[in-house]
Design a protein around this ligand. Structure first.
Ligand SMILES: Nc1ncnc2c1ncn2[C@@H]1O[C@H](COP(=O)(O)OP(=O)(O)OP(=O)(O)O)[C@@H](O)[C@H]1O
Length: 766
């Protein structure tokens, strides 16, 4: 019955399939009369049957507002700039026109690249690809995901067969540069998802290079929840009379179903706060945003060890690509789970059914807040967002959000529901050096991220109590951050000076900074913890992560910064480089002598716990002379010579020792006692029982002749079972022909049982 129905349906379906040419002509006619007001469902849009079927199969029936308003313009071939709140369906708003455009152009697998869709992160590109696969399943068009993390050759061999390329900026540029067969001359559509991010300073050079390679005769679509309106950006993209579609402008910046709130906590209480939150929300799906990948790593490692009773995942840029995709999929699948993430997860990702978004570290700006919070309450779903602010961040950040019409309520933490995992974390770090290092890196990366943030009304490094913060992470002492020390020092000397620096110099500089931290924690300079009014210069750094360049590579969003408080950037670089000079022991010793520091004396103890005084004296004449020379200075050349001379003596002694050892082995083999070695092995064996006494007695030995021995070799009184024991032993050993060195051979002795062996041992040691 079912089969018949299916066949009938297929017959009907086949007969109703219009010829492509006819369909194209019919649809073209309708393009001019698209009226968004009368569009109630996707079927009201002039779309090919292949797309309609794909949409239906994916359960998309009613278009969202941005889809209704933008798809018409896109079908007409206009450049479109779409801006709509997070989770409002912007992906379909550009994927449908892309498919339709290629269909109308009668694009086939052999027609080459027809559309390029660029996304700032790999995860987002992967997600777009998945959606395209669903809705484009009935089209005879191929698509490729070009995001890196895979062999370039492998991608290259497939590039030419792709009609739609979904990519990240870095990877597509790599193909443009390195693949002579990559042909995009016939390309029709360019889409930038999260356009403002793709066009900001982080990707500026890459995007400029990509755009220079693309044909000018193309349609361009830009989509984002926080769309760029920069004239410069639009000029770079060579947009032609773009249509700006923003259905929620002046009404909404965040979804209506999003419930927002914020709390104010001290930096040192953040860990306790998030731990308590997780413990109170074990049955929820939560994303926790942090400022850097090193922090994410630390929180992930610690929380995994703490075992809160829910799954813990982490997503950050330095993870291997395959792992990233697996974590992404796992988080999508699970319902009770906490994901610690950097901002690679803040834009575009459509994780289903996220209950909470926690912004544990303050977002860079209001736009960042919008994107992060938008990971929940997507489409028609509800969700909650909690922003965690430091007392020093509250005023500035709330003002920033108000500028974007985002009004959020402050809530207070119920202290009775706070559980501190501090004691456990301290214990973990004490046992695990790796975790301790991760904590140090987390500490440093957080301080650096605050230091480099542009908005100094919000991010104030001088308000951070370094000692208290480091303790809260389980660290015993404060890790040293040299560059902050350096800048603090320079700040004092060079106030009111400014300097224009080039982008690339600063990028290099930031790399030096990221490497130049010293993990030793005994630096006096930071013992006081507070930076004395040191704030970073007004630089526009983007610490947000991205998969292309790895998130800890600090990127600048704006060119030609005015940097106050710095006299000469090259000087910083020189100084920073000089920090990398290897400190030799000699140099350290010289410094110690110069400063007249009394270093601790090293004391050696022997096994009995007595202080060893007889240190080996130098043997060579030159060595003795050097030792008794009463100088406070270190003469490296002289020390070298002494070592060379002493080396000769050492080698000689070593050879003698080897000779002696050989001699000892030989003697042992011969069974000859060697007095020399007896002296070496100074062990008193007098307490051992005389083997003759035990083994060489006749079977019916008298009770009186049997003796037991205590540990000191003293004869003890006879025990009633001793005779039995010896007899038994003799009987057992009667078959053996094992011979003891220097002891009479006992023939045919059977081996002892375990009990007997234990018994004899007990007797001997009593
Ligand atoms: N017409 C529709 N009907 C039902 N669901 C839809 C429709 N359009 C999109 N969705 C769903 O809404 C969710 C959000 O869509 P999408 O990821 O495209 O949002 P977005 O606007 O791109 O968000 P962001 O700004 O965060 O990137 C997805 O789960 C998607 O499947």
């Amino acid at each position: 019955m079912n089969n018949t129905r299916k066949r009938i349906f297929q017959k009907h379906y086949k007969s109703s399939k219009p010829k492509d040419d006819e369909e194209i002509a019919r649809l073209k006619q309708k393009y001019e009369n698209i009226n968004e007001v009368i569009i109630k469902s996707f079927t009201d849009l002039p779309l090919s049957w292949k797309t309609q079927k794909g949409l239906k199969g994916s359960n998309y029936k009613i278009p969202t507002q941005i889809q209704k308003e933008s798809i018409g313009y896109s079908l007409q071939g206009k450049d479109v700039m779409g801006a709509a709140i997070t989770g409002s369906g912007k992906t379909l708003a550009f994927l449908i026109p892309v498919l339709e455009c290629l269909f109308m152009e009668k694009w086939s697998r052999h027609s080459g690249v027809g559309a390029i869709i660029i996304s700032p992160t790999r995860e987002l590109a992967y997600q777009i690809f998945q959606t395209l696969k669903k809705i484009g399943i009935h089209h005879d068009i191929s698509a490729g995901l070009i995001i890196g993390g895979k062999n370039l050759k492998f991608e290259r061999s497939r590039m030419d067969q792709c009609n739609i390329i979904i990519c990240t900026p870095g990877r597509i540029l790599q193909h443009m540069d390195q693949n002579p067969l990559f042909n995009i001359t016939s390309m029709k559509i360019l889409v930038l998802d999260e356009a403002d991010r793709c066009l900001d300073m982080g990707f500026k050079k890459t995007m400029n290079a990509i755009l220079a390679n693309l044909p000018l005769d193309r349609q361009t679509m830009l989509f984002s929840a926080t769309q760029t309106k920069s004239v410069e950006d639009l000029a770079r993209l060579s947009l032609k009379e773009p249509v700006y579609v923003a259905p929620h402008e002046h009404q909404l910046t965040v979804p209506v179903n999003l419930q927002q709130s914020y709390v104010v906590v001290n930096l040192e209480d953040k860990l306790t706060m998030i731990w308590s939150f997780i413990k109170n929300h074990l049955k929820q799906k939560v994303i926790v945003f942090l400022a850097s990948c090193k922090q994410v790593k630390y929180f992930y490692e610690v929380f995994k060890k703490l075992r809160p009773g829910t799954s813990i995942l982490a997503l950050y840029g330095t993870l291997h690509q395959e792992k990233r995709v697996n974590i992404y999929d796992e988080f999508c699948r699970k319902s009770n789970v906490v994901l610690f993430a950097t901002d690679i997860a803040s834009r575009g990702l459509d994780f289903p059914n996220v209950n909470w978004v926690i912004q544990l570290d303050c977002p860079e700006d209001a736009n960042q807040y919008i994107h992060r919070a938008g990971r929940t309450a997507r489409h028609d779903a509800k969700g909650e967002s909690l922003l965690i602010l430091l007392p020093s961040e509250e005023f500035g950040m709330i003002k920033e959000l108000e500028k974007k019409d985002i009004i959020i309520d402050r809530i207070h933490i119920d202290q009775s529901k706070m559980f501190s995992p501090k004691a456990k974390i301290d214990a973990f770090l004490a046992q695990d050096q790796q975790l301790k290092d991760t904590a140090k890196r987390a500490f440093i990366s957080y301080i650096k991220s605050v230091f480099l943030m542009k908005n100094k009304n919000v991010f104030k490094t001088n308000e951070i109590d370094f000692e208290v913060f480091s303790k809260s992470l389980g660290l015993v002492s404060v890790p040293r951050i040299r560059i902050i020390d350096k800048l603090k020092h320079m700040n004092k000397n060079m106030e009111n000076q400014s300097l224009k620096i080039e982008n690339n110099v600063l990028i290099k500089q930031s790399n030096v900074w990221s490497e130049s931290f010293d993990q030793s924690s005994n630096g006096e300079s930071l013992k006081k913890n507070h930076l004395n009014n040191v704030d970073s210069p007004a630089m526009d750094f983007d610490l947000s992560s991205n998969s292309e360049n790895e998130e800890d590579l600090i990127k600048i969003k704006r060119e030609n910064h005015e940097i106050e408080h710095m006299e000469n950037i090259s000087e910083i670089q020189n100084n920073a480089n000089s920090k990398h000079r290897i400190a030799t022991k000699a140099a350290t010793a010289r410094r110690v002598l110069k400063k007249k520091i009394v270093v601790n004396k090293r004391v050696f103890f022997n096994e009995e716990g007595h202080v060893k005084t007889n240190q080996r004296e130098l043997q060579s004449d030159i060595g003795k002379e050097y030792m008794y020379e009463n100088s406070n200075d270190i003469n490296i050349e002289m020390a070298k010579k002494v070592l060379q001379e002493e080396d000769k003596f050492d080698r000689k002694r070593h050879q003698e020792l080897i000779k002696c050892r050989k001699h000892q082995v030989k003697s042992k083999r011969k069974g000859v006692d060697d007095n020399h070695f007896e002296n070496d092995i100074d062990v008193d064996l007098s307490w051992l029982p005389d083997p003759d006494t035990i083994y060489d007695k006749p079977v019916n030995v008298s009770k009186q002749s049997l003796k037991n021995y205590n540990f000191n070799g003293d004869v003890q009184t006879h025990l009633p079972d001793s005779e039995l024991f010896v007899e038994n032993m003799k009987r057992k050993h009667s078959d053996s022909d094992i011979s003891f060195n220097g002891v009479k051979q006992i023939k045919k002795i059977k081996p002892l049982t375990l009990d007997e062996a234990e018994h004899i041992a007990m007797k001997l040691f009593k």
